[in-house]
Design a protein around this ligand. Structure first.
Ligand SMILES: Nc1ncnc2c1ncn2[C@@H]1O[C@H](COP(=O)(O)OS(=O)(=O)O)[C@@H](OP(=O)(O)O)[C@H]1O
Length: 332
């Protein structure tokens, strides 16, 4: 057993890095390593930067997860709006079982990350082979892993993948705030400049950001029935149209009757930033691993990067994005 972190009883659960099983520690110790942001270290595994704490879950997820053809997997780059889309997905596919009612709905008392858990980060981190039998169909799961790292059963089955990306400048700024809120100051760097440098070099959770996004963009063009590619900014601008697109992709389109009853509007209202962020569960609750739910709600807007990045930073990030996405047809 290899311990990668000095014991510290003061750390919340989500920062504690348990002793890794031998099989996992052998893999981890052979990987390139960098000091991380929210995590103490990031390890470059199959081209993707993963926190020590999540390595066990990633390996177990890759090895053991058996996808059902009815599963829905939400994939995002961290801080792309995962919490928001988890809420929308849950409300959408469960709209018959749970009417999107402003007074009574599971989203009013549960953080979206509890209703749509991360496979690698939550379920497979707790157990090598978690019991997924209690999940209602269609099963809703989530991950930040790049397409290339998904288990074979996800790629081979007819399960659907919904991918969400957000422009890299807001993604970076959101990640920066999240990191500073949740991790001890002694870890990694407190400097915006240093974190920015790492992000630009691709060293960020589940990064490089551009590789993660491009992998799913290409798959969405090759297999439009399997991968739906959504953008945070587009959902913000045209929420109803994107909700309809999502429903059609998941083969549960809204009926005329539902449209007349205002079901689409009710889902969007239920999942809006103002509604979710003001719920008691999201103001004062915590996730099972100890993260404060309010850390997932900050501003929820497009363009906050203008308040944080210098002109040089903006130019640099724009230039990298331009180069990486050149010729792919993708604009973010
Ligand atoms: N309902 C709703 N509507 C719009 N925006 C929302 C919503 N909920 C969360 N947010 C904003 O999403 C950002 C958090 O990103 P994620 O949820 O992807 O975080 S995580 O990857 O799950 O850790 C973070 O963005 P920033 O405000 O820019 O930091 C949240 O405020």
């Amino acid at each position: 057993m290899l311990s990668l972190q000095p014991p510290s009883s003061t750390l919340p659960n989500y920062l504690q890095e348990d002793e890794l099983p031998q099989e996992c520690s052998d893999v981890v110790s052979s990987l390139p390593r960098e000091t991380g942001w929210i995590a103490k270290y990031l390890h470059q595994y199959q081209g993707c930067w993963i926190a020590t704490r999540y390595m066990k879950g990633v390996l177990a997820f890759q090895k053991h997860f058996q996808a059902h053809h009815t599963d829905i997997l939400l994939v995002t780059t961290p801080k792309a709006g995962t919490t928001w889309l988890k809420a929308i997905l849950f409300a959408l596919v469960n709209r018959v079982r749970y009417r999107p009612d402003p007074l009574q709905h599971p989203l009013l008392t549960n953080n979206p990350h509890v209703l749509v858990p991360f496979l690698d980060v939550n379920l497979y981190t707790q157990s090598q082979v978690p019991d997924l039998s209690s999940f209602a169909f269609p099963r809703l799961f989530s991950t930040h892993l790049p397409f290339a790292l998904l288990p074979t059963s996800v790629k081979d089955s007819a399960c659907k993948i919904v991918y969400l990306c957000r422009n890299p400048k807001d993604t970076f700024v959101s990640l920066w705030h999240f990191t500073n809120k949740l991790r001890p100051t002694a870890w990694g760097t407190n400097s915006l400049e240093e974190a920015f440098d790492k992000f630009c070099r691709g060293v960020s959770l589940y990064g490089p950001y551009w590789d993660n996004v491009l992998g799913y963009w290409k798959k969405s063009l090759e297999m439009p029935q399997k991968v739906l590619f959504l953008k945070f900014e587009e959902i913000k601008e045209h929420p109803a149209a994107n909700l309809r697109r999502l429903a059609e992709f998941l083969e549960c389109p809204f009926s005329l009757e539902e449209k007349a009853q205002g079901v689409e509007d009710n889902i969007l209202r239920l999942c809006s930033f103002d509604n979710l962020s003001n719920l008691e569960v999201n103001k004062s609750g915590k996730l099972p691993a100890g993260e404060e739910n309010n850390a997932y709600f900050r501003r929820g807007e497009v363009g906050d990067w203008m308040n944080h990045l210098t002109v040089e930073m903006i130019e640099k990030l724009d230039r990298i994005t331009e180069e990486k996405f050149h010729g792919t047809g993708l604009r973010v």
